[in-house]
Design a protein around this ligand. Sequence first.
Ligand code: DGL
Length: 263
Amino acid sequence: MKKAIGIFDSGLGGLTVLKVLAKKFPNESFCYLGDIARLPYGNKSPETIRRYGLQILDFLKNQNVKAIIIACNSASTVFLGESVYEGIPLLNVIEPGAAAAIAISEDNKIAVLGTSATIRSHAYRDTLKRLAPEVEVIEQACPLLVPLVEEGMVDDSITELVIRRYLSDIQKKNFTTVILGCTHYPVIKSDLIKVLGDKVNLVESGDVLAEQLSALYQDNVLVKDVGTRQIRVCITDLTDHFERLAHQLMAPESISDLERVVL
Ligand code: DGL
């Protein structure tokens, strides 16, 4: 029987990761869980985020997945260093994201954008410093960006204005490598580039996780599937608004099944 790859986020954001993975691994099945009913995670305490995360890990384990990807930076900060959940490989976005930023940066100056929970944890800063002590890090919480994305306000002057406000320090100090430390942010990449210019190096969770997953196949921790695949999207609250945005975001990949679930 085909086993899916489990993936989760608090809401829509993780679909930016699912889309990258679905394209890169065309025969794999995916089971996505978006905890829309309890979004946002980014303004919650680490204890609450971990409690929600554990419920989701159990849900995905019960779907018989072969690996679980935490496509949520806020949740990744509370599962740092945990690479297995009850025998299932668990992928976290922080360390590979930090390593990718160091590899791409030419001046050892790295900016991190994220939710309040991600920035407050200093998970990226601490990991960056551990991997490359000489690196200069600036962290910026951007709490208004997730609601703007969930509202579908892409290529929008209000979104651009909010980004300008949050990124003014990063711009003043000429940081040109920026970790998008929230899976919602790639949705407003065009707005970010408008402000930061197209020379900026953006590190995105989707690309980083695709590389992590490839490494698991290479190391024979995971076996690739063949044949027809399923992309199942489960969410804890289903609205017409979510349904419309989810299909838009995933295009041209198509969602085989969209359903509401109770954790
Ligand atoms: N997409 C999530 C992340 O990567 C956060 C969104 C939220 O605040 O729930 O951190």
